[in-house]
Ligand binder design. Structure first.
Ligand code: AMP
Ligand code: ZN
Length: 486
């Protein structure tokens, strides 16, 4: 175990790098805000889960027993982060003419498929919000008297009843994104609904009885309750995208403070998690990638254009999670080429032997120690990747040890280097007119023609392939004999 460097992580709560000190010795308990399943996740959303997975893999690699929970929000998230607007699920159901439950199932399955394609490990538990509604009602009951007030539209949390409300947010509390819409009767603009009553004369597809009338839980309540239920308070790390630092997480913290009854935020125990970590946005030329802009990029779009999903994972790892990352297809193509080189080089090593259990070669030990230092430095995956490159390039070294070192690195990076082959990376673009088997058969025919010095046939085959979008690459340094152009 290369655990020499102490693991330091950036805590958004203190805005500092802090040494990771688990609440329960030897264990790491992590909660990740998951998707609202009213639509597909775009690749920006998936960056948040690649980050959480890298964090989880790092904690496992450092020897902690990982207990990771990711939630699925299938009720309660409104179209606006303020307390007005429709429930995203009910709105999508109405638009698509399906039940809210069917919508939730369909998009949860689509999300899980993307999780698998990005080599994101299964968490200890997926928590589904609608499974926890009775517990949410109990939680709300326990804080209602001291911290909440009722309005005709529901039960609201009074943010002035907890110290330091909004300390996590960068903006002053009342200025955060999405705080503009207000609900009549709220005591403070930042107050938020923890239970929303179904309006008089209406029925919602997803609604439950509660002491405050029939209705549905607020989105912030869900995460407080599920994290407390599955990880206990306090737990170690809470993650999400940087937008959650402004409203959703400050509101979770306020509820956790109320629930655990402990005073100021300097008591890390009562904010719920000791550390709050946030990934920055994936942006494109137009700015932050979002679902509201209609046509948005999801993983399947990249696959349809002939890119292996792990090329996107590599693209994410090339940037630090706290930096903005600009997406464009040129960057993705460069990441795909880097992945191909890695996969082919590691496959060659694999072909020559199997991993040893120890790594005693001093050059490999040195690379592993530097890899450990990089990943322990707030998950510096960009540097870790260059050390992986160095390990791959190392010559005159015991093959078994080299493979063992590469395996340790890939356990953190999750690029599938121990199982992928170059053929796996040939993703057939959706609009390609031919199959890989057909291309290979044609190329075999072309090879024979060239061996017989029948250059006319050989050229004709190449031109016919080109017409179908297949570029034949004679003498390609990467050893790719063909590629599909789209
Ligand atoms: P949502 O389904 O909207 O609740 O978002 C799921 C996750 O994706 C949350 O952690 C968001 O903070 C995160 N997220 C949303 N947009 C982006 C983006 N463009 N880049 C990175 N993360 C994002
Ligand atoms: Zn959440």
């Amino acid at each position: 175990m290369t655990d020499a460097a102490p693991l330091k992580l950036f805590n958004s709560l203190t805005r500092q790098l802090e040494a990771f000190q688990p609440v329960h010795p030897g264990e790491a308990r992590v909660y990740t805000c998951g998707p609202t399943v009213y639509n597909f996740q775009h690749i920006g959303n998936m960056r948040a889960y690649v980050f959480a997975d890298t964090l989880g893999r790092t904690l496992s690699y450092k020897g902690y027993k990982l207990r990771h929970v990711i939630n699925i929000t299938d009720v309660g998230h409104l179209t606006s982060d303020a307390d007005a607007g429709d429930d995203k699920m009910e709105k999508a159901a109405a638009q698509q003419g399906k039940s809210a439950w069917d919508i939730a199932k369909f998009y949860t399955d689509a999300y899980w498929a993307d999780i698998e394609r990005l080599n994101i490990r299964q968490p200890f538990q997926w928590s589904i919000a609608t499974d926890y509604v009775p517990r949410m009602i109990d939680f709300a009951k326990s804080i209602a008297d001291k911290h909440c007030y009722e309005l005709p539209s529901g039960l609201y949390f009074d943010t002035s009843t907890v110290p330091d409300y909004g300390r996590l947010a960068r903006a002053a509390t009342e200025e955060g994104e999405g705080r503009i819409e207000s609900v009549e009767g709220k005591r403070h603009q930042a107050d938020f609904a923890i239970w929303r009553k179904t309006p008089e004369g209406e029925t919602r597809q997803m609604e439950w009885d509660s002491p405050w009338g029939r209705g549905a839980p607020g989105w912030h309540l869900e995460c407080s309750v599920m994290s407390e239920a599955l990880l206990g308070l306090p737990f170690d790390i809470h993650t999400g995208g940087i937008d959650h630092r402004e409203i959703h997480h400050p509101n979770e913290i306020a509820q956790n403070q109320a629930f655990s009854g402990c005073g100021s935020l300097t008591c890390s125990e009562n904010s719920g998690a000791r550390m709050w970590m946030h990934n920055n946005f994936l942006i494109d030329r137009g700015g932050k990638m979002s679902k509201s802009t209609g046509d948005f990029l999801r993983l399947q779009v990249l696959v349809d254009r002939g890119f292996h999903p792990l090329a996107y994972r590599l693209l994410c790892l090339q940037a630090h999670y706290r930096s903005e990352l600009e997406f464009n297809f040129d960057n993705l193509a460069a990441a795909a080429t880097r992945l191909k080189r890695l996969v082919m080089a590691v496959a060659q090593v694999r072909a020559q032997g199997s991993a040893t259990s120890d790594v005693s070669d001093p050059r490999l030990q040195d690379l592993l120690a530097r890899f450990d230092a990089a990943i322990s430095d707030d998950l510096n995956t960009a540097v870790a990747l260059t050390l992986l490159d160095d390990a791959v390039a190392l010559k005159k070294v015991d093959i078994g040890q080299k493979l063992a070192a590469l395996a340790r690195m890939d356990a953190v990076l999750g690029l599938g280097l121990l199982t992928l082959d170059r053929a796996d990376l040939r993703v057939r673009p959706a609009n390609a007119q031919t199959t890989a088997a057909e291309i290979d058969a044609e190329l075999a025919r072309r090879k024979d023609a060239r061996a017989n010095k029948d250059f006319a046939t050989s050229d004709a085959i190449r031109d016919a392939l080109l017409a179908k979008g297949v570029e034949v690459m004679d003498g390609d340094p990467l050893g790719w004999d063909w590629k599909l152009d789209v």
